[in-house]
Design a protein. Structure first.
Length: 207
């Protein structure tokens, strides 16, 4: 039976979890996830409500991440900050993990009940699975060689850019927004697939 992970993959995962240097990424990601979770709960308390199947909190945090956090990371990257690509991985992973924990698990019911709002987002296995998969990629991505790390960070930025217009269209359902959403989603996903194939090819070419 073929193995899913090679011995090198297993060693990289072990280093990420237990090595002192790589473990710093895991620690940062955990702190960032907690910070995002607190931000979500606070936003839920301040601006309760639901719009087209999603809570107001989800819109606020999503737009904050996609229109403020990631652009700041891009500026830092352009200014030559070495850790900027890794921050894109870790902060996006924290953003998605907090969304799954607060909005797509029994925790969402506890949060809504504790705030006496009774408003929870519609559960979606597709969103939940997408978040879990992306969080794993964000966690393992920082252990890739330098160039694939940069390509992976670009993939994350493209994915979030495409998703941004989904959020905008939900909030402002105009024909122009529908058109932008369609083409931005199509172009970003095609680009991400091509970059992903290049990353996979480089991974296979490693000695």
């Amino acid at each position: 039976m073929p193995r899913i992970f090679s011995s090198e993959d297993v060693q990289n995962i072990r280093n990420m979890l237990f090595d002192a240097e790589a473990g710093g990424d895991v620690e940062f990601w955990l702190y960032a996830t907690v910070a995002y979770a607190i931000f979500r709960v606070a936003t839920e308390a301040l601006v309760p409500g639901k719009i087209r199947g999603f809570t107001t909190q989800q819109y606020v945090v999503t737009l904050f991440h996609q229109m403020f956090v990631l652009p700041c990371c891009c500026v830092a990257w352009a200014l030559g900050v070495p850790s900027a690509p890794e921050l894109i991985y870790l902060l996006t992973g924290a953003y998605l993990a907090s969304d799954s924990v607060i909005n797509y698990t029994p925790v969402s019911g506890c949060v809504a009940a504790s705030l006496k709002r009774g408003v929870t987002p519609d559960f979606s296995w597709g969103i939940h699975a997408h978040h879990l998969f992306t969080v794993v990629l964000c966690a393992l991505g920082t252990n890739m060689p330098p160039w694939p790390v940069l390509e992976g960070a670009i993939c994350i930025l493209l994915g979030e850019a495409g998703s941004l217009w989904i959020t905008v269209t939900l909030l402002r359902p105009k024909q122009a927004h529908f058109n932008i959403r369609y083409y931005s989603f199509l172009l970003t996903r095609v680009s991400m697939s091509l970059i992903g194939l290049d990353i996979l090819q480089q991974a296979r070419a490693r000695p």
